[in-house]
Design a protein around this ligand. Structure first.
Ligand code: ADP
Ligand code: MG
Length: 729
């Protein structure tokens, strides 16, 4: 066997679980140990500072420079006690992942020595030289620099020996260069718009929060096998590899017993999560072999997203301790399920009401229906944009590719809610509403509590599903920053709620009773947006046709899907809710197209290299062994006999030759296609060229390599095979 592969398989196979020392305390005792949460603030800050900081966090009051100094002093004291030596502004640039630049706490003391210092100025604002972060041309190196600013709503935390301060990252002219800034803006807008609508029902509501509960799916691969796969190492997915004879067809992995090595990893990961205040709660096997999931208790959306980003980096570290590599790519393996990150999303009031949960009184249920219908209208109007928000070069392998979810956004409401909505939309004309209908209608709405949402009424093929007290945006990719989806969704719903409020108010002004006004507007909204609702099989061909007829966005090319950010509707919507300006949207799209191109470009290079330098030489060597054999047979046996004996070898030799020729030709074609694409100036056109001309060749090349894998001597095959990558643990 190819020595590297052989060694890797053996190492992986013999590996034992790494049992880490577990804390003697319970999770409740070490939970948030590494977080500067309110408990630590209270302990380390003067009372006056603590009160002002909490007020700033809860009510957005500005924090004075003096107070910031005082907070910084307390934070430093805590961090030094915890053994921290460095601090960093932790931010979320437009790549997937986080960025940090570490500084030590030291300063000259003026007497030839040093002291540990940390000022309010350093806490609040920094100017990272981040000119090489993608910025879509907003901030060229010769322009004003960008700066990072403390997000006081997300607590600082310590990783290893570094104090991490969550920050936003913006240009000096105020444009956002990150994910956090627009997320905070979108959450703020949706909170305000929702609270205003809530006050129709309960005047005491002051605030509404958006909640997010993500479910992170991932694969684990043994590190030796990983190291022997340059494609996994460089692109996060396998660019070649024939199906394993067994993969997920027996469905024996899902919810099965967790393998001991993986269990040890999960325990370790959970402990780390809990120390960092990430409320990790659920862990289980997923559908594909070596695929797993971790889900926390849901939290306020900005904090939840910080926690997801933190989790993704902590996971990578912890996996290494257990001789694993974690794969967050949406589709590391062809032919088995990919990984997503369901975003469970809801809105809730400061009075403790979840707005997507059916209530007990008619008023509560009218409120419930109001919010559900407004989400429906927002998703309908912006379905193309929502798809754009979850689209990427990597997620494209999962969407539409005959696997959850399709590249069309629709909503699954479930039978009961659908029935209520159609009744509301059909049975009541405006006249009926104004007269006799009221009582009947109120009764209908009042019935909702009795239909306690049935958990089995679930549709796994829907990209956006109502699940009892929340919506589950399932199309989000496993490697994505949830903020992208959460910005689009919360902004779209905020804008819809603003419009709704305006229309209802107009009707009230023209003399309608509030409840009638609400019902009339809801009726129009249901009728105008019911095309987004689909409870059938989202994977079916018929749905694609049907969705097109309904006018839903069916585009599948990722570079073209990104155009949705710049449609008139999107630009207006984002401006209305103060989340993005057109300039920001344009700049961010440049970044999206550029990242798309680079991802495909890297994959194409890696595939070309593997094909020519790993696969072709090995297949040629095997072919030459066969040729040698044929030659010997022919020289030893008489012609009639040697014909028969060598015949089959000759066939294999020819097949191998055919595949080798195809691979070499197509690799050359792919290189040429890249050369043409690379000359294109416009990022958009370049991405389209990569999508249309480079990516398809990768599939073709892979096809021939995977055929060769079935023919070439197993001992010679250089790369760990799917059966090894997926089943050794
Ligand atoms: P499933 O896999 O069946 O969808 P899980 O239990 O794995 O369910 O995940 C459900 C996720 O939804 C959890 O992260 C949970 O905290 C989150 N969640 C539950 N209720 C809400 C809610 N009201 N708002 C947001 N997230 C929620
Ligand atoms: Mg789920």
């Amino acid at each position: 066997m190819s020595t590297l592969r052989f060694k890797a398989v053996k190492e992986a196979y013999n590996r034992k679980a790494v049992i880490v020392d577990e804390p003697l305390e319970r999770p409740s005792e070490y939970y948030s140990r590494n977080v500067f949460n309110r408990e630590k603030m209270f302990k380390y800050l003067p009372k006056k500072t603590y009160d002002a900081l909490v007020n700033a966090i809860d009510n957005g009051t500005p924090l004075s420079r003096d107070l910031a100094d005082s907070v910084a002093a307390g934070m430093k004291k805590w961090a030094l006690e915890m053994g921290a030596t460095h601090y960093t502004h932790w931010f979320h640039p437009l790549t997937d992942g986080t960025a940090e630049k570490h500084d030590t706490f030291i300063e000259h003391d003026g007497k030839g020595g040093i002291v540990e210092t940390f000022s309010g100025k350093l806490l609040i604002q920094q100017e990272p030289d981040a000119s090489s972060f993608p910025n879509g041309g907003i901030r060229n190196t010769f322009e004003a620099r960008g700066y990072s600013a403390w997000d006081i709503s997300s607590p600082a935390f310590i990783v290893d020996k570094t104090l991490c301060i969550p920050t936003i990252f913006i240009s000096y002219t105020g444009e956002s260069l990150d994910y956090k800034t627009p997320l905070l803006k979108a959450l703020n807008s949706v909170g305000k718009a929702a609270a205003a609508v809530c006050r129709y029902f309960d005047p005491d509501v002051k605030k509404v929060f958006a909640y997010l509960g993500w479910e992170q799916e991932y694969f684990l691969v043994d590190e030796s096998l990983y190291a022997a796969r340059p494609d996994l190492l460089l692109t996060g997915r396998t660019l070649m590899g024939h199906d394993s004879a067994k993969n997920q067809q027996l469905e024996d992995h899902y919810f099965g017993a967790i393998p001991s090595r993986v269990e040890a990893f999960m325990r370790d990961l959970e402990i780390e999560c809990h120390k960092l205040g990430i409320p990790a709660k659920t862990r289980h096997n997923e559908v594909a072999p070596n695929q797993f999931e971790l889900a926390p208790i849901f939290e306020e959306a900005n904090l939840a997203n910080d926690h997801n980003l933190l989790l993704m980096s902590v996971m990578k570290e912890v996996a290494r301790r257990h001789n694993f590599r974690v794969l967050l790519h949406e589709k590391p393996f062809k032919g088995v399920n990919g990984s997503g990150k369901h975003n469970n999303w809801s809105l809730g009031t400061d009075t403790g009401v979840l707005l997507f949960a059916p209530g007990k009184t008619p008023e509560e249920n009218l409120q419930f229906i109001t919010f559900v219908v407004n989400v429906m209208a927002a998703v309908h109007k912006h379905n193309g944009l929502l798809k754009a928000s979850i689209s990427s070069a990597t997620n494209a392998h999962r969407l539409g590719a005959n696997e959850a979810p399709p590249a069309i956004i629709s909503i699954f409401m479930g039978k009961q809610i659908s029935e209520i909505l159609s009744k509301l939309a059909e049975s009541f004309s405006e006249d009926a509403l104004n007269m006799a209908g009221k009582l009947g209608l109120k009764l209908d709405v009042a019935q909702i509590p009795e239909i306690l949402i049935d958990n089995t009424d679930r549709n796994r093929t829907s990209p956006f599903a109502f699940t009892g007290n929340r919506f589950e945006f399932r199309a989000v990719g496993s490697s994505a920053n949830c903020a992208s989806a959460m910005i689009a969704l919360n902004a779209a719903v905020a804008s819809q709620l603003q419009d709704f409020k305006k229309e209802v108010d107009d009707r009230i002004k023209s003399g309608h009773k509030q409840v009638d006004a609400i019902l009339m507007v809801l009726k129009d909204l249901i009728n105008g947006s019911k095309n987004i609702c689909f409870d059938g099989n989202g994977y079916s061909e018929e749905w694609k046709e049907e969705a097109a007829k309904r006018g839903l966005d069916c585009e599948t090319s990722v570079p073209l899907i990104f155009d949705r950010y710049l449609s008139d509707d999107s630009v207006k919507m984002f401006a209305d809710v103060n989340v993005f300006t057109r300039l920001e949207l344009e700049a961010r799209n440049e970044v999206k197209w550029e990242i798309y191109t680079k991802k495909i470009q890297i994959e194409a290079r890696v595939l070309g290299d593997l094909a020519i330098n790993h696969i072709v030489p090995v297949a040629t060597r095997y072919q030459s062994l066969l040729l040698d054999n044929v030659f010997k047979i022919k020289s030893l046996f008489p012609a009639e006999k040697s014909e028969i004996i060598a015949n089959q070898d000759m066939e294999v030799i020819e097949k191998i030759a055919k595949h080798l020729i195809a691979i070499k030709e197509k690799v050359q074609k792919m290189v040429d296609a890249r050369k043409v694409a690379n000359k294109i100036e416009s990022e958009r056109e370049k991405a389209i060229a990569y999508h249309d001309t480079v990516a398809p060749l990768m599939d073709e090349i892979r096809y021939h390599i995977d055929k060769l894998e079935l023919m070439v001597d197993n001992e010679m095959w250089p790369l760990p095979k799917y059966r090894e990558l997926l089943f050794i643990r």
